[in-house]
Design a protein around this ligand. Structure first.
Ligand SMILES: Nc1ncnc2c1ncn2[C@@H]1O[C@H](COP(=O)(O)OP(=O)(O)OP(=O)(O)O)[C@@H](O)[C@H]1O
Ligand SMILES: O=P(O)(O)OC[C@@]1(O)O[C@H](CO)[C@@H](O)[C@@H]1O
Length: 311
Protein backbone atom coordinates (compact mmCIF):
# COMPACT_ATOMS: atom_id res chain seq x y z
CA UNK A 1 0.00 0.00 0.00
CA UNK A 2 1.19 3.53 -0.81
CA UNK A 3 0.30 6.43 1.49
CA UNK A 4 0.23 9.90 -0.09
CA UNK A 5 0.54 13.07 1.97
CA UNK A 6 -1.10 16.33 0.86
CA UNK A 7 -0.88 18.70 3.81
CA UNK A 8 -1.75 21.71 1.66
CA UNK A 9 -4.30 20.46 -0.91
CA UNK A 10 -5.91 22.85 -3.38
CA UNK A 11 -8.88 23.19 -5.64
CA UNK A 12 -6.85 23.51 -8.84
CA UNK A 13 -8.41 25.45 -11.69
CA UNK A 14 -6.59 25.16 -14.98
CA UNK A 15 -7.53 27.72 -17.65
CA UNK A 16 -6.58 27.18 -21.31
CA UNK A 17 -6.04 30.33 -23.38
CA UNK A 18 -4.69 30.96 -26.87
CA UNK A 19 -2.12 33.43 -25.61
CA UNK A 20 -1.85 34.77 -22.08
CA UNK A 21 -1.48 38.53 -21.79
CA UNK A 22 -0.47 40.40 -18.66
CA UNK A 23 -2.40 43.60 -17.89
CA UNK A 24 -5.29 42.54 -20.17
CA UNK A 25 -8.55 40.56 -19.98
CA UNK A 26 -7.93 36.94 -20.91
CA UNK A 27 -10.99 34.82 -21.77
CA UNK A 28 -11.00 31.06 -21.51
CA UNK A 29 -13.44 28.68 -23.20
CA UNK A 30 -11.88 25.60 -21.66
CA UNK A 31 -11.13 25.14 -17.95
CA UNK A 32 -11.07 22.30 -15.45
CA UNK A 33 -11.36 22.15 -11.69
CA UNK A 34 -9.61 19.25 -10.03
CA UNK A 35 -8.92 17.99 -6.52
CA UNK A 36 -5.33 19.08 -6.38
CA UNK A 37 -2.25 19.84 -4.45
CA UNK A 38 0.70 17.72 -5.50
CA UNK A 39 -0.11 14.70 -3.32
CA UNK A 40 -3.66 14.36 -4.64
CA UNK A 41 -2.35 14.45 -8.21
CA UNK A 42 0.04 11.67 -7.20
CA UNK A 43 -2.89 9.70 -5.71
CA UNK A 44 -4.99 9.99 -8.87
CA UNK A 45 -2.18 8.74 -11.08
CA UNK A 46 -1.43 5.88 -8.68
CA UNK A 47 -5.06 4.84 -8.80
CA UNK A 48 -4.99 4.80 -12.61
CA UNK A 49 -1.86 2.66 -12.51
CA UNK A 50 -3.77 0.16 -10.37
CA UNK A 51 -1.77 0.70 -7.16
CA UNK A 52 -3.50 0.46 -3.79
CA UNK A 53 -3.31 3.94 -2.31
CA UNK A 54 -4.57 5.88 0.68
CA UNK A 55 -4.45 9.71 0.74
CA UNK A 56 -4.17 11.87 3.83
CA UNK A 57 -3.75 15.52 4.86
CA UNK A 58 -6.01 18.40 5.92
CA UNK A 59 -9.31 19.59 4.38
CA UNK A 60 -11.50 22.57 5.38
CA UNK A 61 -14.42 24.74 4.25
CA UNK A 62 -16.37 24.54 0.98
CA UNK A 63 -13.19 24.02 -1.00
CA UNK A 64 -12.37 21.08 1.27
CA UNK A 65 -15.89 19.70 0.67
CA UNK A 66 -15.37 19.95 -3.10
CA UNK A 67 -12.18 17.89 -2.80
CA UNK A 68 -13.80 15.32 -0.49
CA UNK A 69 -16.64 14.87 -3.01
CA UNK A 70 -14.21 14.43 -5.90
CA UNK A 71 -12.31 11.79 -3.95
CA UNK A 72 -15.58 10.03 -3.21
CA UNK A 73 -16.57 10.08 -6.89
CA UNK A 74 -13.25 8.45 -7.75
CA UNK A 75 -13.61 5.98 -4.87
CA UNK A 76 -10.14 6.99 -3.71
CA UNK A 77 -9.37 5.59 -0.26
CA UNK A 78 -8.68 8.65 1.94
CA UNK A 79 -8.52 9.84 5.55
CA UNK A 80 -8.20 13.62 6.00
CA UNK A 81 -8.25 15.71 9.19
CA UNK A 82 -11.04 18.33 9.05
CA UNK A 83 -9.79 21.86 9.75
CA UNK A 84 -11.43 25.17 10.66
CA UNK A 85 -9.91 27.29 7.88
CA UNK A 86 -10.58 26.88 4.15
CA UNK A 87 -8.51 24.67 1.87
CA UNK A 88 -6.82 26.92 -0.74
CA UNK A 89 -7.47 27.58 -4.44
CA UNK A 90 -4.66 27.45 -7.00
CA UNK A 91 -4.77 28.66 -10.59
CA UNK A 92 -2.80 27.54 -13.61
CA UNK A 93 -3.03 29.24 -17.01
CA UNK A 94 -1.79 27.23 -19.98
CA UNK A 95 -1.43 28.75 -23.46
CA UNK A 96 -1.29 27.10 -26.87
CA UNK A 97 2.52 26.88 -26.73
CA UNK A 98 2.19 24.83 -23.52
CA UNK A 99 3.58 27.74 -21.46
CA UNK A 100 2.26 27.69 -17.92
CA UNK A 101 1.63 30.48 -15.40
CA UNK A 102 0.60 29.57 -11.85
CA UNK A 103 -0.94 31.52 -9.00
CA UNK A 104 -0.68 29.56 -5.75
CA UNK A 105 -2.38 30.59 -2.50
CA UNK A 106 -0.40 30.08 0.71
CA UNK A 107 -3.28 28.10 2.20
CA UNK A 108 -4.82 27.81 5.67
CA UNK A 109 -3.11 27.88 9.06
CA UNK A 110 -3.25 24.59 10.92
CA UNK A 111 -4.02 24.86 14.65
CA UNK A 112 -1.93 22.94 17.23
CA UNK A 113 -4.94 20.62 17.92
CA UNK A 114 -5.38 19.90 14.20
CA UNK A 115 -1.66 19.15 13.90
CA UNK A 116 -1.83 16.68 16.83
CA UNK A 117 -4.94 15.07 15.33
CA UNK A 118 -3.06 14.59 12.06
CA UNK A 119 -0.01 13.06 13.77
CA UNK A 120 -2.19 10.55 15.56
CA UNK A 121 -4.05 9.72 12.30
CA UNK A 122 -0.69 9.23 10.57
CA UNK A 123 0.43 6.82 13.30
CA UNK A 124 -2.83 4.84 12.89
CA UNK A 125 -2.52 4.70 9.10
CA UNK A 126 1.07 3.53 9.32
CA UNK A 127 0.14 0.86 11.90
CA UNK A 128 -3.06 -0.37 10.25
CA UNK A 129 -2.62 -0.09 6.51
CA UNK A 130 0.59 -2.04 5.84
CA UNK A 131 2.19 1.03 4.25
CA UNK A 132 5.40 0.26 2.35
CA UNK A 133 5.88 3.58 0.49
CA UNK A 134 5.05 7.15 1.55
CA UNK A 135 4.96 10.11 -0.84
CA UNK A 136 5.36 13.58 0.71
CA UNK A 137 4.41 16.30 -1.77
CA UNK A 138 3.88 20.03 -1.96
CA UNK A 139 4.14 23.06 0.28
CA UNK A 140 3.49 23.12 4.02
CA UNK A 141 0.46 25.08 5.22
CA UNK A 142 0.94 27.69 7.96
CA UNK A 143 1.11 26.57 11.57
CA UNK A 144 3.46 23.63 10.89
CA UNK A 145 7.17 23.90 11.67
CA UNK A 146 9.57 23.94 8.71
CA UNK A 147 10.99 20.58 9.84
CA UNK A 148 7.56 18.91 9.83
CA UNK A 149 8.38 16.78 6.76
CA UNK A 150 11.75 15.91 8.27
CA UNK A 151 10.03 14.49 11.36
CA UNK A 152 7.60 12.52 9.17
CA UNK A 153 10.46 11.02 7.14
CA UNK A 154 12.09 9.97 10.42
CA UNK A 155 8.84 8.45 11.68
CA UNK A 156 8.38 6.51 8.42
CA UNK A 157 11.98 5.31 8.33
CA UNK A 158 11.61 3.91 11.84
CA UNK A 159 8.87 1.68 10.37
CA UNK A 160 11.00 0.77 7.31
CA UNK A 161 8.71 2.76 4.99
CA UNK A 162 10.41 4.17 1.87
CA UNK A 163 9.78 7.90 1.52
CA UNK A 164 9.64 10.05 -1.64
CA UNK A 165 9.87 13.81 -1.05
CA UNK A 166 8.80 16.46 -3.58
CA UNK A 167 8.66 19.89 -1.99
CA UNK A 168 10.51 23.20 -2.09
CA UNK A 169 12.13 25.92 0.01
CA UNK A 170 12.91 25.40 3.67
CA UNK A 171 10.56 22.41 4.02
CA UNK A 172 12.75 20.69 1.40
CA UNK A 173 16.14 21.70 2.82
CA UNK A 174 14.99 20.43 6.23
CA UNK A 175 13.45 17.19 4.89
CA UNK A 176 16.64 16.05 3.16
CA UNK A 177 18.45 16.09 6.52
CA UNK A 178 16.43 12.95 7.36
CA UNK A 179 17.78 11.18 4.21
CA UNK A 180 14.55 10.27 2.40
CA UNK A 181 14.72 7.33 -0.02
CA UNK A 182 14.04 9.54 -3.06
CA UNK A 183 13.81 13.22 -3.90
CA UNK A 184 12.69 14.80 -7.20
CA UNK A 185 13.50 18.49 -7.42
CA UNK A 186 13.04 20.35 -10.70
CA UNK A 187 15.79 22.71 -11.88
CA UNK A 188 14.74 25.78 -9.88
CA UNK A 189 14.13 23.72 -6.72
CA UNK A 190 17.60 22.14 -6.93
CA UNK A 191 19.26 25.50 -7.67
CA UNK A 192 17.51 26.99 -4.64
CA UNK A 193 18.47 24.04 -2.45
CA UNK A 194 22.17 24.19 -3.36
CA UNK A 195 22.25 28.01 -3.80
CA UNK A 196 23.87 27.78 -7.22
CA UNK A 197 23.05 27.89 -10.92
CA UNK A 198 22.90 24.63 -12.90
CA UNK A 199 23.63 25.48 -16.53
CA UNK A 200 24.88 22.26 -18.10
CA UNK A 201 24.66 18.49 -17.80
CA UNK A 202 28.06 18.56 -16.04
CA UNK A 203 26.67 21.02 -13.46
CA UNK A 204 23.63 18.78 -13.01
CA UNK A 205 25.78 15.67 -12.52
CA UNK A 206 27.87 17.51 -9.95
CA UNK A 207 24.77 18.79 -8.13
CA UNK A 208 23.35 15.25 -7.97
CA UNK A 209 26.70 14.02 -6.65
CA UNK A 210 26.58 16.70 -3.93
CA UNK A 211 23.22 15.36 -2.76
CA UNK A 212 24.84 12.01 -1.99
CA UNK A 213 26.41 13.58 1.09
CA UNK A 214 22.88 13.69 2.57
CA UNK A 215 22.62 9.89 2.33
CA UNK A 216 19.76 10.00 -0.18
CA UNK A 217 19.64 6.83 -2.33
CA UNK A 218 17.77 8.33 -5.31
CA UNK A 219 18.01 11.97 -6.44
CA UNK A 220 16.10 12.75 -9.63
CA UNK A 221 16.45 16.13 -11.31
CA UNK A 222 13.41 16.59 -13.55
CA UNK A 223 13.92 18.85 -16.54
CA UNK A 224 10.42 19.24 -18.04
CA UNK A 225 10.42 18.63 -21.81
CA UNK A 226 14.16 17.79 -21.57
CA UNK A 227 13.50 14.64 -19.52
CA UNK A 228 15.60 14.12 -16.41
CA UNK A 229 18.96 13.23 -14.86
CA UNK A 230 19.24 10.94 -11.89
CA UNK A 231 21.70 9.55 -9.41
CA UNK A 232 20.43 6.21 -8.09
CA UNK A 233 22.81 4.42 -5.75
CA UNK A 234 26.20 4.87 -7.41
CA UNK A 235 24.85 5.11 -10.94
CA UNK A 236 24.25 8.29 -12.92
CA UNK A 237 21.48 8.28 -15.55
CA UNK A 238 20.23 10.56 -18.31
CA UNK A 239 16.60 9.98 -19.26
CA UNK A 240 15.58 11.04 -22.76
CA UNK A 241 11.90 11.45 -23.56
CA UNK A 242 10.13 11.70 -26.93
CA UNK A 243 8.88 15.00 -28.27
CA UNK A 244 5.09 14.98 -27.88
CA UNK A 245 2.14 17.30 -28.42
CA UNK A 246 1.79 18.97 -25.03
CA UNK A 247 -1.70 19.85 -23.74
CA UNK A 248 -0.82 20.72 -20.13
CA UNK A 249 2.40 19.95 -18.24
CA UNK A 250 0.81 20.95 -14.88
CA UNK A 251 1.33 18.05 -12.47
CA UNK A 252 3.84 16.16 -14.64
CA UNK A 253 6.25 16.11 -11.72
CA UNK A 254 3.50 14.59 -9.56
CA UNK A 255 2.72 11.97 -12.21
CA UNK A 256 6.44 11.15 -12.29
CA UNK A 257 6.49 10.70 -8.50
CA UNK A 258 3.44 8.40 -8.77
CA UNK A 259 5.12 6.24 -11.42
CA UNK A 260 8.31 5.97 -9.38
CA UNK A 261 6.41 5.18 -6.14
CA UNK A 262 4.54 2.42 -7.96
CA UNK A 263 7.79 0.99 -9.35
CA UNK A 264 9.40 1.13 -5.89
CA UNK A 265 6.43 -0.73 -4.38
CA UNK A 266 6.89 -3.41 -7.03
CA UNK A 267 10.64 -3.55 -6.26
CA UNK A 268 11.63 -2.65 -9.83
CA UNK A 269 15.27 -1.76 -10.63
CA UNK A 270 16.43 1.88 -10.91
CA UNK A 271 16.19 1.93 -14.73
CA UNK A 272 12.63 0.65 -14.68
CA UNK A 273 11.67 3.12 -11.94
CA UNK A 274 13.00 5.99 -14.08
CA UNK A 275 11.28 4.65 -17.20
CA UNK A 276 7.86 4.27 -15.54
CA UNK A 277 8.13 7.63 -13.74
CA UNK A 278 9.14 9.45 -16.93
CA UNK A 279 6.36 7.77 -18.92
CA UNK A 280 3.79 9.02 -16.39
CA UNK A 281 5.23 12.57 -16.56
CA UNK A 282 5.11 12.67 -20.37
CA UNK A 283 1.62 11.14 -20.62
CA UNK A 284 0.30 13.63 -18.06
CA UNK A 285 1.68 16.49 -20.22
CA UNK A 286 -0.18 15.05 -23.24
CA UNK A 287 -3.53 15.48 -21.46
CA UNK A 288 -5.62 18.46 -20.42
CA UNK A 289 -6.55 17.33 -16.95
CA UNK A 290 -3.92 17.55 -14.20
CA UNK A 291 -2.91 14.13 -12.92
CA UNK A 292 -4.68 12.13 -15.61
CA UNK A 293 -3.17 9.35 -17.69
CA UNK A 294 -4.43 7.83 -20.93
CA UNK A 295 -3.28 4.24 -20.51
CA UNK A 296 -3.14 3.66 -24.28
CA UNK A 297 -0.65 6.51 -24.61
CA UNK A 298 1.22 5.00 -21.65
CA UNK A 299 2.36 1.89 -23.53
CA UNK A 300 3.38 3.87 -26.63
CA UNK A 301 5.43 6.41 -24.64
CA UNK A 302 6.93 3.74 -22.37
CA UNK A 303 8.60 2.13 -25.40
CA UNK A 304 10.10 5.49 -26.46
CA UNK A 305 11.79 6.43 -23.17
CA UNK A 306 15.56 5.99 -23.21
CA UNK A 307 17.33 5.50 -19.88
CA UNK A 308 21.07 5.87 -20.50
CA UNK A 309 23.60 5.02 -17.83
CA UNK A 310 26.38 7.64 -17.86
CA UNK A 311 28.49 6.34 -14.95
N1 LIG B 1 6.52 19.66 -21.84
C1 LIG B 1 6.74 18.36 -21.58
N2 LIG B 1 6.79 17.45 -22.59
C2 LIG B 1 7.01 16.15 -22.35
N3 LIG B 1 7.22 15.65 -21.10
C3 LIG B 1 7.20 16.49 -20.06
C4 LIG B 1 6.95 17.89 -20.24
N4 LIG B 1 6.99 18.48 -19.04
C5 LIG B 1 7.24 17.49 -18.14
N5 LIG B 1 7.38 16.30 -18.75
C6 LIG B 1 7.71 14.99 -18.12
O1 LIG B 1 7.41 15.03 -16.73
C7 LIG B 1 8.61 15.00 -15.92
C8 LIG B 1 8.49 15.96 -14.77
O2 LIG B 1 8.24 17.26 -15.24
P1 LIG B 1 8.81 18.61 -14.60
O3 LIG B 1 10.29 18.60 -14.63
O4 LIG B 1 8.12 19.72 -15.33
O5 LIG B 1 8.30 18.48 -13.10
P2 LIG B 1 7.80 19.60 -12.09
O6 LIG B 1 8.45 20.90 -12.36
O7 LIG B 1 7.95 19.01 -10.73
O8 LIG B 1 6.24 19.66 -12.48
P3 LIG B 1 4.94 20.06 -11.60
O9 LIG B 1 5.40 20.91 -10.47
O10 LIG B 1 4.01 20.77 -12.55
O11 LIG B 1 4.35 18.76 -11.13
C9 LIG B 1 9.75 15.32 -16.90
O12 LIG B 1 10.97 14.74 -16.47
C10 LIG B 1 9.22 14.72 -18.20
O13 LIG B 1 9.41 13.31 -18.20
O1 LIG C 1 2.11 25.07 -3.52
P1 LIG C 1 2.60 23.67 -3.81
O2 LIG C 1 1.99 22.70 -2.85
O3 LIG C 1 4.08 23.56 -3.90
O4 LIG C 1 2.11 23.31 -5.29
C1 LIG C 1 0.75 23.28 -5.58
C2 LIG C 1 0.51 22.95 -7.03
O5 LIG C 1 0.95 24.00 -7.89
O6 LIG C 1 1.22 21.81 -7.43
C3 LIG C 1 0.48 21.03 -8.33
C4 LIG C 1 1.25 20.85 -9.61
O7 LIG C 1 2.40 20.10 -9.35
C5 LIG C 1 -0.85 21.71 -8.49
O8 LIG C 1 -1.85 20.75 -8.45
C6 LIG C 1 -0.93 22.59 -7.26
O9 LIG C 1 -1.80 23.62 -7.35
Amino acid sequence: MILTLTLNPAVDTCYYVKTFQVNASNRSQRYYKTAGGKGLNVSRVLQQLGASVVATGFLGGLTGQFIAKELQKMALHSAFVPIKEDTRNCLAIVDEQGQQTELLEAGPTISPQEREQFLSLLTDLIEQEAIKVLTISGSLPGGLQKDFYKSIVEKAKAKKILTLVDTSGEAFSEAIKASPYLIKPNLSELEELLSKKIESEEDAAQALQELQTFGIENSILSLGAQGSMARCGNALYRVQIPSVEVKSPVGSGDAMIAGMAWAILRQECYEEMLRIGSTCGVVNAMNNKTGTLDMEQFSTIYRQIVVKRLQ
